[in-house]
Design a protein around this ligand. Structure first.
Ligand code: HEM
Length: 228
């Protein structure tokens, strides 16, 4: 085989950059997050903590017929049903992802090492558009963002339990500083996840080749960093 033919063959071959479990749990998590955020906004609207409500068109909670104040009562029961259904998907899927991530070594390989110096260096390089992207290999900014959103997810589930059943989970509610503080923390966690999503989706738009790889799991050998 000539060198050119060998090179072509190598370039044409595909390697796995995202394991199947990571892809399935990632997309189920994206679905669960959308359900949780949109239904959560409708629940919030029925008793806002801050002086604003979310546009009802962006919320989930069943139809409303205008017979009651849509911002207050209508859709609250439906929104809670969506929120609890989404919660099971989010929690069970999250446990599968975290268990896989720890046991398979995926978290260690994909998210570590990471430190403030590397995050700063990569952030500056990214802002100058000088950060090359190898599929399946995360830069330090991505690593920090993914670890941060994972922590936010855990805080969301725990603070959610604290405000759902403050009686049964007294110690948890106490840990969050009481019911009202747990509600504020639950809201701030949502805001952090929405901010992550804005950056996350903007990065996918800037580097679109990452999207098909996160769906099929594969990328051509010359632009990939495979995971075994
Ligand atoms: C529709 C919305 C979403 C799109 C289009 C999307 C797209 C992607 C893509 C393309 C990657 C791979 C990045 C790369 O190869 O550099 C990725 C990874 C990741 N995304 Fe998303 N994502 C979405 C929603 C979410 C949500 C809601 C979360 C969590 C709140 C999330 C958390 C993550 C994490 C943690 C990873 C790394 C996965 C791993 O390797 O273990 N994504 N996403």
């Amino acid at each position: 085989m000539t060198d050119i033919a060998a090179g072509r063959l190598q370039r044409a071959s595909k390697v796995i950059v995202h394991p199947l479990t990571v892809r399935i749990t990632h997309w189920l998590n994206a679905l669960a997050m959308v359900i949780m955020i949109m239904s959560g906004w409708r629940v919030y609207n029925s008793e806002p903590i801050f002086p604003f409500r979310f546009p009802v068109e962006l919320t989930l909670g069943g139809s409303y017929d205008g017979s009651v104040d849509v911002h207050n009562e209508d859709g609250l029961a439906g929104a809670l049903q969506w929120h609890f259904a989404g919660m099971w998907l989010l929690a069970i899927n999250g446990i599968v992802y975290v268990a896989y991530g720890i046991l398979s070594g995926h978290f260690r390989r994909a998210f570590f090492p990471v430190g403030p110096t590397a995050v700063l260096r990569d952030a500056i390089a990214a802002l100058r558009f000088r950060l090359p992207h190898r599929l399946g290999l995360y830069n330090a900014v991505q690593k920090a963002l993914y670890l941060g959103v994972l922590a936010a997810g855990v805080i969301m589930v725990l603070s959610g339990l604290a405000i759902w059943k403050p009686g049964q989970f007294q110690e948890l509610t106490w840990l969050f500083g009481g019911f009202d503080a747990a509600r504020v923390i639950h809201f701030l966690g949502m805001a952090a996840i929405v901010a992550f999503l804005v950056v996350h989706i903007a990065l996918v738009i800037i580097v679109p080749k990452t999207l098909p790889a996160m769906i099929t799991g594969r990328a051509s050998a010359h632009e990939a960093h495979g995971e075994d």
